[in-house]
Design a protein around this ligand. Structure first.
Ligand SMILES: Cc1ncc(COP(=O)(O)O)c(C=O)c1O
Length: 390
């Protein structure tokens, strides 16, 4: 008799054959510019710890102190008994950062997108989504059961066409336009002012995912919505605490009504145990550091531009970064895997990004820089790329 789970090994063998098998690597050190992997010290060009705060002494101290005071596990969802005053304070501070009236916390950015999109639109409605949006947006769209209309990357004319066609037959239904503000695998910015124009013309809700912009882009790292001074034109601003803010968890900022609606309707909020207090305290300390040491966002953007310029000089097809992500396009998955392996041998850890994360034929090395990278770290990284130059 055949084992009904035989497909597992068959599928894994298929992934191997296509150079698409993924394996978890386990570091034996913190997320610093240099990490230890299998006993070797490597320059890390793979982390979203953009401001270097995940291991900052003040952030770590805040988490420790909160663990002493509040314990670790939250014990239940916030609507049951898991809410503590730290959550309220963090929501207030995130609302302030984003120039909004209120904010609501989720346990992760992934859940924030799932919970918010599925609460805002349903089967009679429609979502319009950039083709390069993050998987958590795609999954939120699927979960909502709304009609999903994918528009070409940053193509506002196409979006307008799709939206106007749909609106003609759906006068009373809800339309949601959702986009990353900094695209996670391409590092470019969404055309937020043009998107807002289209949303306003066709009565669509605009939702912007600031996962890679928060802490990196805009005045004091307040994000791309603030960069374009569009706080009053983007009603749904989503973000994560897990990247530049060095902690974990997601949030949505917007009007008091939006946040209260989500606390009542977003299943990923209602049915999920609250964020642990040490995690919330760490994010609060990171927000303090954004104000106390305001040079970090600019420093990380400068590092990204420098890395981009140096890689271009070496002949690599590095895409111009709007934030901290510097993609180096290579094409086929196997080429990306081989290049990442050579760089690893030379002491640089950078991930090969392949389908299904990106479209076939667009595999790349996704370099990410941190404000805590020194000139020497970047020099070592560039030297390794030089040794593998095309
Ligand atoms: C654009 C975008 N949105 C949402 C998420 C999910 O955030 P989190 O890792 O906090 O779940 C990510 C991160 O992976 C992301 O890149």
């Amino acid at each position: 008799m055949t084992d009904p789970l035989d497909f597992l090994d068959e599928e894994l063998a298929g992934l191997d054959a296509a150079s698409l098998r993924r394996r978890v690597r386990s570091l034996s050190s913190a997320q610093d510019p240099e990490v230890v992997l299998d006993g070797r010290r490597l320059v890390l060009l793979a982390s979203n710890n953009y401001l270097g705060l995940a291991n900052h002494p003040r952030v770590v101290a805040a988490a420790k102190q909160a663990a002493d005071e509040w314990g670790v596990g939250a014990g239940s969802a916030r609507l049951i008994s898991g809410g503590v005053t730290l959550h309220d304070e963090l929501e207030r501070r995130l609302a302030e950062l984003k120039g909004q009236a209120d904010a609501v916390l989720f346990s992760s950015g992934y859940l924030a997108n799932l919970g918010t999109i599925s609460a805002l639109v349903g089967p009679a409605d429609a979502v319009f989504s950039d083709e390069l949006n993050h998987a958590s947006i795609i999954d939120g769209c699927r979960l909502s059961r709304a009609g999903v209309h994918v528009y070409p990357h940053r193509d506002v004319d196409q979006l307008e066409k799709l939206l106007s066609d749909w609106r003609r037959d759906h006068a009373g239904d809800r339309a949601l336009v959702v986009t990353d503000s900094v695209f996670s695998m391409d590092g470019d910015l969404a055309p937020l002012p043009d998107l807002a124009d289209v949303c306003e013309a066709y009565r669509a809700i605009l939702m912007v995912d600031e996962a890679h912009a928060t802490g990196v882009v805009g005045p004091e790292g307040r994000g791309a919505v603030a960069h374009f001074r569009m706080e009053d034109r983007v009603p749904v601003v989503m973000g994560t605490l897990s990247k530049a803010l060095g902690s974990a968890g997601g949030f949505v900022a917007g009007s008091a009504s939006l946040c209260d609606y989500l606390r009542n309707r977003a299943r990923a909020f209602i049915f999920d145990t609250a964020m642990p207090a040490p995690v919330a305290a760490a994010a609060l300390a990171a927000l303090d550091l954004l104000t106390l040491e305001p040079g970090r966002p600019e420093r990380v953007r400068d590092r990204a531009l420098r890395l981009h310029d140096e890689l271009r000089l070496l002949g690599y097809e590095a895409l111009a970064p709007d934030a901290a992500v510097v993609p180096v396009m290579v094409g086929e998955a196997q080429v990306a895997v081989d290049l990442a392996a050579r760089l690893l041998d030379l002491g640089v850890l950078v991930p090969a990004i392949r389908p299904p994360t990106v479209a076939p034929g667009t595999s790349r090395l996704r370099c990410t820089v941190m404000a805590s990278h020194t000139d020497d770290h970047l020099r070592r990284a560039v030297d390794a790329f030089a040794a593998c130059a095309p």
